[in-house]
Design a protein. Structure first.
Lengths: 655, 81
């Protein structure tokens, strides 16, 4: 912005309009400055003002805001073109205001000394007693946080990651706060040491201190009424509203916090939701959601998680300070008033009901139910694979991605069935077999890693996993076939050169499932200093994400032989057909079982209370609809037909 | 040897912790005998062990009452022979 000292004639107009200045020589303006649009403004220090001859700004509330300034106090402020500033009860101080910004009815917006605006602030996530500190920045992704928090045994890695965060924080250091182009700051109290990104809306906030509100035109951030936040990072497209209290926390892209939710030392990554309840040291991976009062999420690590009302965890019973922590792998749900005493580790896509005081590890049993039975924690492996909830969740997450910016910080693989969950099921099958072999028929329960499994169910649950594995391996084959459309099906059975090969282990890095070897290679690069910034780290993580399909294919090729005893390339046409028939049957069986689960919502006790003065069935159907007419049920039927069609399409190419 | 019905009754009573005398062929596993979802699959597993058979999961879970279970298990036993 090219400025000049305000002219004598302009000073006269300004003074006539009730303006004062500590030193008019330090009031600098641009061409297009219209002194007639500045009223009752007090200038102190150096103040630069852009064009104020622009049109009024429409905020969509019926009142047009004229471009200009009135009733404000500015000290060491630079104001861009086309802004509307009015009703500053305190001061705008040490502040750069972008173009087309509206500031109205606010207290003090200032920068007090040098700050990095929340960047580099250390939070005690996952373990409130410390030891897993995360330095949050506006570039912190779920994966960067995971590597920082979970791999603490690798001290050189922890040091390098802390260094990358420090470098990012250093690059953000300034003695001046900023408000980006097109931002709106309305009806707020104190905003101190906060960097506000372009197109952000800050409306009615009570107190914001030491933070960054990252924002863009495509993905504007919103901070709403009654919010109190300190030592925070709010990333693009996020919203924090309605009396939320945010302390030492990161609010990730597309995340929504509100309705008096309070959090401290927590990190919420992409598309999380936090309403009403409380979080402490929660590592909320992508799509972690809590909506209800009386829920306390503490010292937990989750992703794709849904907390029922009154969900509680605790990390007490310690003697030397809070150490205990708990992991719920992706896709878990906790039922109403469920309780988990940490430490425990819960396998992926598990539904937890009841109160659990045992410390268990069910990580090799994904898709399970954990129940409380006569005070004991019991596990039903594989049962959650056949429920409506799991299938609906798998469909809904990608459709609910609220991140609108061109760049997405968190890298997410949404698949429910994946090499990660498949490898767990393969281990689960072996464990169930081993338990079954050792169990005596007189036993009702067998103990496995701190949890009880009904002996009777060992065989059944093994079959469940077998069915899920048939479906998964078949899905991967069929999807590959659909994508590549080879003349002959067996032409598929080639290693994808873009992927890593072999049976290696998979990990789930806060939403990004990948081969462990890729994660290890990345760790090596960080430790070696080949990754020199958080931006380079984000790019390297995206490369891993982009290799998922090729890696998945190669892993399935390698694992097929292990699971089914034959190299897929060696199968005859007839054997291939048999396998795909098995896939078809397993897929149909899954759909039937899910439909059976859905049907429960239309029968028996579900109808209790309908038809308050009689005519219960008609009332139920008027409100709930019919099983046959249900949208989800119809989709299940369509899916079943598609499976048959896909199978029939592939048969002629099996020779 | 006890009939299929008697054996089903015994297994069901033990598993659901109810009085066997109250179980009839018309008893619905969920509505009358109070089987919850996990108990339904436990019942299937218990019948498999009792009769030394393997049942198709979705077909077995679609069985709603004791009489249907008798007929279903008899048909599986017949196929086994």
């Amino acid at each position: 912005m090219k400025t000049r000292p305000v002219a004598e004639q302009e000073i006269e107009i300004l003074e006539h309009n009730g303006c004062t200045a500590e030193d008019w020589e330090k009031v600098l303006v641009t061409d297009g400055f219209d002194a007639g649009r500045i009223h009752d403004v007090q200038f102190a220090g150096t103040v630069e003002i852009g064009r104020v001859d622009g049109p009024a700004i429409d905020l969509g509330d019926g009142a047009m805001r004229p471009c200009g300034m009135s009733a404000a106090k500015l000290q060491n402020v630079r104001v861009g073109d086309g802004c509307s500033i009015s009703g500053v009860r305190g001061w705008l101080a040490n502040l750069d205001v972008g173009n087309n910004v509206v500031i109205e009815n606010v207290g003090t917006i200032s920068c007090a000394g040098e700050t990095s605006f929340g960047n580099g602030h250390e939070i005690s996530v996952f373990n409130e007693g410390g030891g897993r500190e995360l330095k949050i920045t506006d570039r912190t992704s779920a994966q960067i946080a995971y590597l920082t928090v979970m791999y603490r045994d690798n001290k050189p890695l922890a040091a390098k990651l802390a260094g990358l965060a420090d470098a990012c924080a250093k690059s953000r250091r300034s003695t001046r706060a900023s408000i980006g182009d097109g931002a709106r700051v309305l009806n707020c109290n104190e905003i101190r040491n906060v960097r506000i990104g372009p197109c952000a809306t800050i409306q009615g906030a009570l107190s914001l201190r030491e933070g960054t509100i990252d924002s863009s035109k495509e993905a504007p951030a919103v901070v709403g009424s009654g919010v109190i936040a300190e030592d925070f990072i709010i990333q693009k497209g996020a919203s924090v509203k309605d009396g939320a209290m945010v302390s030492a926390s990161l609010v990730g892209e597309g995340t929504r916090i509100g309705k008096q939710f309070s959090c401290e030392n927590s990190a919420f990554f992409a598309n999380c939701e936090g309403f009403h309840s409380e979080a402490c040291s929660w590592f909320a991976g992508p799509y972690s959601v809590t909506h209800h009062r009386s829920s306390l999420l503490i010292a937990a690590s989750t992703s794709f998680y849904n907390a029922g009302s009154g969900t509680n965890q605790s990390n007490h019973m310690y003697k030397l300070g809070p150490l205990h922590q708990g992991t719920m792998e992706r896709g878990c749900k906790t039922g109403s008033f469920s309780y988990l005493l940490w430490p425990s580790r819960v396998g992926a896509f598990t539904a937890i009901m009841g109160k659990h005081y045992a410390n268990f590890d069910t990580s090799d049993f994904p898709f399970s139910y954990i129940n409380e039975e006569d005070g004991k924690s019991t596990l039903t492996p594989g049962m959650n694979f056949f429920t409506v909830g799991t299938m609906r969740d798998g469909d809904k997450w990608p459709a609910r991605d609220r991140r609108k910016g061109a760049e997405k910080l968190d890298q997410i693989v949404f698949d429910v069935l994946s090499p990660y969950t498949a490898q767990k099921m393969i281990r689960g099958v072996a464990l169930l077999q081993e338990l079954g072999d050792k169990a005596d028929k007189s036993e009702t329960f067998v103990n496995c890693r701190g949890i009880q499994i009904k002996r009777l169910l060992l065989k059944t649950c093994r079959r469940y996993y077998g069915l899920a594995l048939d479906k998964y391996f078949g899905d991967v084959l069929m999807n590959r076939f659909d994508a590549l459309k080879p003349a002959k099906f067996r032409d598929l059975f080639k290693v994808d050169p873009a992927g890593e090969t072999g049976e290696g282990e998979w990990v789930d890095i806060a939403g990004l499932m990948c081969r462990k070897s890729r994660a290890s290679a990345l760790v090596g690069k960080i430790v070696d200093g080949r990754i020199r910034s958080q931006d380079e780290l984000l790019a390297a993580i995206k490369d891993i994400h982009d290799s998922y399909r090729a890696d998945e294919w190669n892993w399935c090729l390698a694992m097929y032989a292990k699971v089914y005893g034959r190299e897929p390339g060696q199968l005859s046409g007839e054997e291939l057909k048999t396998f795909l028939e098995q896939w078809k049957q397993s897929s149909q069986k899954l759909l039937n079982m899910v439909a059976g689960d859905a049907q429960k919502e239309f029968e028996g006790a579900t109808r209790t209370g309908f038809g308050i003065d009689g005519n219960g069935d008609a009332d139920f159907e008027a409100v709930r609809g019919t099983f046959e007419g249900n949208k989800f049920v119809k989709k299940l039927k369509e899916d079943g037909e598609k499976i048959n069609q896909r199978f029939e399409a592939v048969v002629p190419r099996l020779a | 040897m006890a009939s299929t019905f008697e054996r089903i009754k015994k297994v069901t009573a033990e598993l659901l912790k109810i009085d066997a005398g109250k179980i009839t062929e018309k008893s619905g596993f969920v509505e009358d005998l109070g089987a919850e979802s996990v108990q339904s699959i436990e019942l299937v597993a218990a019948f498999e062990e009792e009769f030394d058979i393997e049942m198709d999961e979705d077909a077995a879970l679609s069985v709603k009452n004791v009489g249907d279970a008798v007929r279903f298990i008899d048909s599986v036993l017949k196929q086994k022979k």
